[in-house]
Structure formats: structure tokens, C-alpha cells
Design a protein around this ligand. Structure first.
Ligand code: GLU
Length: 314
């Protein structure tokens, strides 16, 4: 691929403060683009309205600038792009690829029994699948979602970090929601429309999103869009192996910044965790460009031991 056509993205959700785990993923995405002379764009994924915090967007701009992770072109904001997502939904309706679904979470849990991956919820039992798109007219004032038909497919992709990866829809909840009953697009649809519309060629994100990838690949196919390459990298976890949370100590970038920790100390620790240097010594993101490789990143999650956090805060 020529360097001009390479385009990555940073896609933070302003649902809270960005922490060391987010920074590690952004650093990998940024280096992957910059080491190839490619572009990287910034998109604010703010459609998850109940969880979005008004202060979090400004804070994440400060976090990224502080880390020395720059971006190209205008910043896209998902809530300003609802018309595009609606167009995609109309296309799916026209192809009968989605159906209106009035099932509540409780309905689905009661009807489902098939095995599923952790955190993905029960497999949708197909209660509303016999419906056609036009049946939505009959819902009147009852809230309903639009659900994507998946037909028990298996989706396979060649992940640049994980290698060839296959998942069946039965393992990840079956037919999935693309438009929420609250009248907003679901993450799965918005991210596909945006990544395609922005010409993204590589998506780097945490491996907690692996179960989303088959859904997104199926949306690309259904909408006649070309999918990007995917790179799912391990998360930063606490000593208990769970994803970073308050009980593991304060790993927010804004806290480090306020405490006078150097951005290069944070980058140094992350660079060491990715195998790009022998120790956690301070280094800038830019200095890491020639050292970038996915190959040295350990396959397991990076455990943020309390000692590492303490050393950083000194
Ligand atoms: N906005 C998502 C997050 O912050 C990332 C989505 C993606 O990279 O596809 O978790």
C-alpha cells in the first residue's frame, strides 16, 4: 500500500477520562500510521448519549496533545453525522437486511439459552426475525430497535496482530442492533459508516472489541463498502487481570498531567510494555516512529502493577 493511501484513526468515546490503557492503543494506532508516512484522523464517538460526559471531549484533546499524538484534517463528531447513519439504515431496510424488533432485554434473556461469549449477552432468539421492514409502521408509539439479520454466518478476517480470526454470529449474540429504540444509531453502524466515509484503511483498537468485528464486516458487505484492515491489541489490566478501573489506582492521563508527570515518562512506560525499548525510560512518541513494530508487542494483556504506577507518579 502506498504511504499516501494509508489512513488510521483515533476514535475515543468521551464517556469519561482517558487512561493509560486508552493511551497505549492510541500510541500503537498513531505509530502504525506515522511509521508508514500515513495519515491519522480523530473522531469523537459521542452517540452513546447517557454515558457521554460534557467535559470529556475537551479533556481528551488535552490528553492527546500532551502525549504528542497529532492528527490530520478536521475532527469528526458522530452526533453531527446522524443523517449519514440514517441513510445507511434506509439502505439496509430497502434490502430487508434489518427488521424492527420490540424485544426488551428481559424478553431476550428469558427466551435464550444458547452458549455465548462472555459479555456479549444471550444469543438473540429470533423472535422478531419474521418481520419485514414495513412492519415498523404497525409499532405506532411503541419503542423498537432495528436488528440486523445474520443468518448464522461465520465471519473471518486476517487480523494484523491476532492472525486469522473466525467467529460465528451464534458465539456473539446472533442478530444485532444497528439502530437503538431511543432513535439513535448503534456503535456498530456508526463506526462502519464513518470508517468507510473517512477512507480508513486500518483500525487499531483494544481486543475487547474483537466480537464487534464480525458485525462490522457483515455491515460492510451488506452496504457494499470495502472494509479496513483490523489490528486488535491486548488491553492494559490491573493485577487481578480485569480491565483498568478505579480500584487499581488512578491511571487517568489528566491526573498524571496535573501531578506534573512528564508525557515522555508515560510514553516510555508504554513503549517498554510494547517491547520497543529495554526499560521504561522517558521517550517521545515521535522518537518511537522508527522503532515501531507490532511483532514485539506481547500477546497477553499488559498488567499495570502498583509499582509501575507508583514509579510513574514520582
Ligand atoms: N469508541 C470506541 C472506544 O473508545 C472505539 C471504537 C473502535 O475503535 O472501533 O472504545
Amino acid at each position: 500500500m502506498s504511504s499516501k493511501s494509508f489512513r488510521g484513526r483515533l476514535a475515543p468515546s468521551p464517556t469519561g477520562s482517558q487512561h493509560l490503557g486508552n493511551a497505549r492503543t492510541y500510541l500503537i494506532a498513531w505509530l502504525s500510521a506515522r511509521s508508514r508516512g500515513g495519515e491519522i484522523v480523530l473522531r469523537i464517538e459521542d452517540i452513546d448519549s447517557p454515558r457521554v460526559k460534557p467535559w470529556a471531549t475537551e479533556q481528551l484533546f488535552d490528553d492527546l496533545r500532551w502525549l504528542g499524538l497529532d492528527w490530520d484534517g478536521p475532527i469528526l463528531v458522530q452526533t453531527q453525522r446522524l443523517a449519514l447513519y440514517e441513510q445507511a439504515l434506509e439502505k439496509l431496510k430497502a434490502g430487508e437486511l434489518v427488521y424492527p424488533c420490540a424485544c426488551t432485554r428481559g424478553d431476550i434473556e428469558r427466551a435464550a439459552s444458547a452458549p455465548h461469549l462472555d459479555h456479549e449477552g444471550p444469543v438473540y432468539p429470533g423472535t422478531c426475525a419474521p418481520r419485514q421492514a414495513a412492519d415498523s409502521n404497525r409499532f405506532m408509539h411503541r419503542p423498537f430497535a432495528w436488528r440486523m439479520r445474520t443468518e448464522k454466518r461465520t465471519m473471518t478476517w486476517n487480523d494484523s496482530f491476532l492472525g486469522e480470526t473466525s467467529l460465528q454470529f451464534d458465539e456473539i449474540g446472533g442478530d444485532f442492533v444497528v439502530w437503538k429504540s431511543a432513535g439513535m444509531p448503534a456503535y456498530q453502524l456508526a463506526v462502519v459508516v464513518d470508517d468507510a466515509n473517512q477512507g480508513i484503511t486500518e483500525v487499531v483498537r483494544g481486543d475487547d472489541l474483537v466480537p464487534s468485528t464480525p458485525r462490522q464486516l457483515w455491515l460492510y458487505e451488506s452496504l457494499g463498502l470495502a472494509p479496513p484492515g483490523f489490528v486488535h491489541v491486548p488491553l492494559v489490566v490491573g493485577p487481578d487481570g480485569r480491565r483498568l478501573a478505579k480500584r487499581h489506582g488512578d491511571a487517568r492521563l489528566s491526573t498524571f498531567r496535573a501531578a506534573g508527570v512528564g508525557a515522555e515518562d508515560v510514553i516510555g512506560l508504554l513503549a517498554w510494555s510494547c517491547g520497543w525499548q529495554e526499560s521504561a525510560r522517558a521517550i517521545s512518541a515521535r522518537e518511537l516512529i522508527p522503532r515501531f513494530t507490532l511483532d514485539s508487542i506481547p500477546r497477553r494483556p499488559f498488567v499495570l502493577e502498583p509499582d509501575l504506577l507508583r514509579q510513574l507518579s514520582h
